[in-house]
Design a protein around this ligand. Structure first.
Ligand SMILES: [Zn+2]
Length: 103
């Protein structure tokens, strides 16, 4: 049996961002978008309708977002990677957040 990771790995190029900053990264459609990502996580467990819960949001150097939390079905750690980096104007928003969250 494959041993599952029990702790998240945060990469050196990532910074944690708050819920409001996460909204900024998604723009106007944030609520529906985030909801969709939270309910489409990959996890080996058989539970249906699982969601990512108790998550934290991270911004990386590609301006993409990683949500790290746990699976509501089996309570093991789960991740949702979201490519936001190619959205228009995302670089400006991401740079502002990065400047604010430094230190
Ligand atoms: Zn699970």
């Amino acid at each position: 049996m494959v041993k599952k990771r029990t702790e998240h790995i945060i990469h050196p190029d990532e910074i944690e961002i708050g819920p409001f900053q996460l909204q900024l990264m998604f723009g106007e459609a944030w609520q529906g978008d985030i909801d969709l990502f939270l309910s489409s996580i990959f996890c080996d467990c058989e539970v249906s309708n699982k969601r990512l819960i108790n998550y934290k949001s991270y911004l990386n150097s590609l301006n993409d977002i990683t949500l790290r939390g746990i699976c509501s079905g089996c309570r093991s750690i789960a991740i949702r990677y979201i490519e936001t980096g190619e959205r228009k104007e995302i670089e400006e928003i991401a740079n502002k957040i990065r400047k604010l969250n430094k230190n």
